[in-house]
Ligand binder design. Structure first.
Ligand SMILES: Nc1ncnc2c1ncn2[C@@H]1O[C@H](COP(=O)(O)OP(=O)(O)OP(=O)(O)O)[C@@H](O)[C@H]1O
Length: 262
């Protein structure tokens, strides 16, 4: 696998994206957002703003009604299977609910190894087992965790397992939809710290959907604000949180009980 990626080209971008579910009303109106290599971006906005819809399109789980999703600078072509495979390896999701994102009948090690198989990464069983051990260590889980089933683990541990699985194909970006909001407050910060470490040590880019500005300010250098399907503000997180330009962002900030320390 080569790692000499072009540092100037965004890994993933939405360009003038419009989207509606079936014949329903449009839920994304001309949204453009780019993720540079290794960049951490927070996507915030109230419930129904379109955050999850945008994430789904970036994950390839649907197509924009108009506009494009660009991977490494070029639109995705469904017929180009080689490039599609590279995209599926490079862009990995982490979901909100770690209780429904893992197959309860599969041993944790098999769940983590599953993307290696389905994304056709080279290596046989021995190499996969070594990789699973490495991934468990990367997310601070004991080596024997791979032998057990998901029900042996707490919510925070399950989210670590989901993160290990997302890391398996050596992604360039992780798209995380409210990855800690289902967890107990006591373990939230630990999972956030894990994301921070992965971004720092592995240079993995991150698009983090959250309604929690404390988390966004801890993890994301840049942030974008969606309101009613439109990107109304975007910029350096510190800048946006200290000097919000858009009235909607000001209201969002005002609704946070305690402003994150900047
Ligand atoms: N499967 C669906 N079919 C039809 N409409 C949908 C579907 N999923 C979402 N919507 C609608 O699309 C709009 C945007 O929803 P979306 O889930 O993307 O927002 P969100 O910002 O992620 O909200 P939340 O924070 O509540 O998850 C909403 O009006 C929602 O009702």
């Amino acid at each position: 696998m080569t790692h000499d990626h072009d540092l100037a080209t965004p890994v993933l971008a939405a360009r003038n994206v419009r989207f509606s579910y079936g014949r329903g009303a449009e839920v994304l109106h001309d949204v453009s957002l780019a993720l540079a290599p290794g960049e951490t971006v927070g996507l915030v906005g109230e419930s129904g703003a379109g955050k999850t819809s945008l994430l789904r399109l970036l994950l390839g789980l649907g197509s924009p009604t108009s506009g494009e999703i660009l991977f490494e600078g070029r639109p995705l072509d469904r017929r180009d299977t080689r490039r599609l495979l590279a995209y599926r390896r490079a862009v990995q999701p982490v979901y909100q609910d770690p209780f429904s994102s893992l197959d309860p009948r599969m041993r944790v090690g098999d769940s983590i190894a599953e993307p290696l198989r389905s994304l056709r990464l080279p290596g046989g069983p021995a190499r996969r087992a070594a990789r699973v051990a490495e991934l468990l260590e990367a997310v601070d889980l004991p080596a024997d965790a791979g032998e057990r089933f998901p029900d042996a683990f707490s919510g925070g541990q399950r989210q670590r397992i989901a993160i290990a699985r997302a890391l398996a194909p050596e992604p360039r970006v992780i798209l995380a939809d409210e990855p800690v909001s289902a967890l107990d407050t006591s373990v939230r910060m630990q999972v956030i710290e894990l994301f921070q470490r992965l971004a720092r040590e592995r240079g993995i880019g991150m698009l983090l959907v959250s309604h929690d500005l404390t988390i966004v300010s801890a993890l994301c250098r840049r942030m974008a604000v969606l309101e009613g399907g439109r990107l109304v503000e975007e910029g350096n997180t510190r800048g946006v949180l200290t000097d919000p330009r858009h009235p909607y962002t000001r209201r969002l900030l005002a609704s946070v009980p305690r402003l994150p320390a900047l």
